[in-house]
Ligand binder design. Structure first.
Ligand code: SF4
Length: 462
């Protein structure tokens, strides 16, 4: 196969942002706060080349559907540029926009909602032809509709022309939605979770059809899906999104077999049925995805990252730093407080440090003490924590027990710091792909190396 970068880009996305709900709500006004918009897409750049099938993967709420909708002009970007075939789609004349709407189509997730229940199959598929003033008379239009019905595997076409959506199965409805997108002979189709609402038994048939249609109609696709096995099956290239950012992009097989970004690794490990490369480690990410209304500073993934980078001069292990950093986050979130210590029967600072250094991670990464205590404490003496950091934690724990959370945080903020919290990583070349992670800031540093990045199981503590 020829290389994507040798072909012309059909779609060029540059620094794209979409913020929703930018107005100041009542609570913001009362608290005298700046409005906190939802940062659905926050600085995404990506090229899609002619003939590519590109997949965008990520958990629900990562911004992938918003990105897809901006590409078909269902949402206007807040900032950044989208060029389609060299033209900025935010600055098109009416005529250019008409042409654009023929060349770019979208297939939605739910074939039960995307079709008008009062329109026949013929009217549904013929409508884009009429709107775009294509294929003049009725006979020619009917022939075109019949042909596209046959192309999506619904033949003989006469059987379907006068049917209504509620007379059809889910698979047939999605084929009608595909036919409606194809009838104007587009160049680029955005497919948003196109088979997720279909019965598992018919998904492969619809996906294979879409592959065949790519050749027949000379299409470029963008697939948006949380289903990594679909991305692997369909897409030559993939982009992984987390909280509005593109954290990794490149050839699909390379990304799945050898993920570079810590989030990509965690995402794939959370999916049991995707066919992954050999010798995979299990993710040991902590916590939940934060709100896109108030995303973390620096690297959006840093509160959960197993590979978070210690500051210069840290002379303990990365694992020890990760635990110390999580201690700080627990104090900041209010999870470690005088009240929580009292209810856990913790009376002294050392015991609170032992408690606060635990991680909510899979058992295989936990230390023996952590496992034996049901995740309530670690053996601090056996963590490679630099003496100064240990002292800081004990001081901070003492302040927490005295009810002085602010004082505890000031102490922790001075000593337990990371570039991952203060600087946002820019996408960097890393082998065959681009990765937005400070681990790749240094040229030549291209691997998630367990010796330097601290993936080593926490069991090393015991
Ligand atoms: S920048 Fe830091 S926190 Fe973010 S993914 Fe990379 S190592 Fe993890």
């Amino acid at each position: 196969m020829d290389r994507a970068e040798d072909r012309e880009p059909l779609v060029e996305i540059d620094g794209l942002r979409k913020l929703f709900d930018q107005s100041q709500g009542i609570i913001d006004t009362v608290l005298g706060r700046e409005p906190q918009p939802v940062r659905a897409v926050d600085g995404v750049s990506l090229d899609i080349h002619k003939g590519d099938i590109v997949g965008i993967a990520g958990e629900s709420g990562c911004g992938k559907t918003t990105l897809g909708k901006m590409l078909v002009k269902l949402h206007e970007p807040t900032e950044g540029a989208i060029r389609f075939d060299g033209n900025d789609i935010t600055e098109m004349t009416r005529e250019e926009e008409r042409e654009f709407r023929k060349r770019v189509q979208m297939i939605f997730q739910d074939p039960f909602e995307s079709l008008n229940p009062r329109m026949t199959v013929y009217d549904t598929i013929a409508e884009p032809l009429k709107i775009n003033d294509m294929v003049g008379d009725y006979d020619a239009r009917r022939d075109r509709v019949k042909q596209v019905l046959e192309d999506v595997g619904l033949g003989p076409a006469e059987v379907y022309l006068d049917a209504f959506p509620d007379e059809l199965s889910g698979g047939e409805r999605q084929r009608i939605a595909i036919a409606r997108a194809l009838v104007v002979d587009p160049d680029f189709i955005v497919c948003d979770e196109p088979v997720s609402m279909l019965d598992v038994s018919i998904r492969a048939g619809v996906l294979n059809l879409m592959k065949e249609l790519q050749d027949e109609y000379d299409l470029t696709y963008l697939f948006i899906s949380h289903d990594l096995s679909l991305i692997r099956y369909m897409c030559d290239r993939a982009g992984i999104m987390y909280l509005g950012n593109m954290v990794e992009q490149g050839p699909t097989d390379d990304i799945i077999d050898d993920p570079k970004h810590p989030y990509t690794e965690a995402l794939f490990d959370a999916v049991p049925d995707v066919e992954l490369g050999e010798e995979r480690r299990r993710a040991n990410a902590t916590g939940e995805v934060p709100s896109p209304r108030n995303p973390p500073s620096g690297c959006r993934y840093h509160p959960r990252c197993a590979h978070i980078i210690p500051p210069d001069g840290w002379d303990g292990t990365q694992e020890a730093f990760r635990r110390a950093y999580q201690f700080k986050l627990k104090v900041r979130r209010g999870d470690l407080s005088a009240e929580s210590a009292e209810s856990a029967d913790i009376a002294d600072a050392e015991a609170l440090v032992e408690h606060g250094l635990t991680l909510d991670i899979p058992e295989e990464y936990r230390s023996e003490t952590e496992i034996e205590s049901g995740g309530s404490k670690v053996d601090i003496a056996r963590i490679d924590l630099p003496p100064a950091a240990r002292e800081t934690l004990v001081d901070a724990a003492g302040a927490v027990l005295d009810g002085d959370t602010e004082g505890a945080l000031a102490t922790l903020d001075e000593a337990i710091t990371t570039p991952c919290e203060s600087r946002r990583p820019e996408p960097q070349p890393a082998g065959t792909r681009e990765v937005a992670c400070h681990l790749y800031d240094e040229p030549g540093f291209e691997e998630l190396d367990s010796s330097t990045a601290g993936i080593a199981p926490a069991a090393a503590e015991d």
